[in-house]
Design a protein. Structure first.
Length: 203
């Protein structure tokens, strides 16, 4: 049983994540209406992604960390499938997106399912790098987006799984909505001469 005060606090936090950040927060990028309970469900998932693992209790002998196992050839495919330790399936695209910011280590497997690479924490952008990104752009770098950069996530322009480096030249500051879109194979994205990032749906 959750105490009423804690339940109210959770509801307030979920409301903050579910609140409209665009013209109509009740609709998805396709214009589909989302019921309130589904918006809260998505808000809960987003809230989990923003938790700082370094401030959570030690779990399994280390700071709270999620390990995703995925075959190397699956990781390179947009439609590839991996598995979170514990059994839950996850798409390779989602694993690549979460690896940009979350404390998630991709355990890349070879053809015989041997571990080829257990990731490196150095792939995460540092606080100093994030400050430099904020100096470059005070808001999400997607064209027309005014979400504050302090709410945004550092995205590898060339994915870490494809050899991308964790440096400023390979970084883009994107809000959660546009970070999802950057990892959505249905969209192309390009950096404009102005520095903004434009997303276009594939035909």
């Amino acid at each position: 049983m959750v105490p009423d005060a804690a339940a109210d606090r959770l509801a307030t936090n979920l409301e903050a994540f579910a609140s409209p950040r665009r013209d109509d927060g009740t609709r998805t990028e396709t214009g589909e209406y989302l019921p309130y309970d589904r918006r809260l469900g998505r808000a809960f998932c987003q809230m989990l992604e923003t938790l700082d693992p370094s401030r959570l209790p030690i779990h399994g002998g280390d700071a709270t960390t999620v390990i995703v196992t995925v075959d190397l050839d699956q990781l390179r495919k947009d439609a590839g499938i991996g598995q979170i330790v514990g059994g839950s399936p996850i798409t390779a695209a989602e694993a690549r997106r979460l690896a940009c910011t979350a404390n998630i280590i991709p355990a890349v497997l070879g053809g015989a399912s041997e571990v080829l690479d257990l990731g490196r924490m150095q792939r995460f952008f540092t606080a100093a790098q994030r400050r430099a990104l904020l100096l470059r752009s005070a808001t999400c770098e997607a064209e027309g987006c005014d979400i504050p950069g302090t709410w945004a996530e550092a995205h590898h322009w060339l994915a870490w799984s494809q050899g991308g480096l964790t440096d400023i030249d390979n970084a883009a500051l994107l809000c959660s909505h546009h970070h999802h879109r950057a990892h959505d194979s249905a969209y192309l994205h390009e950096r404009l001469p102005s520095g903004d990032i434009r997303f276009t749906r594939r035909r």
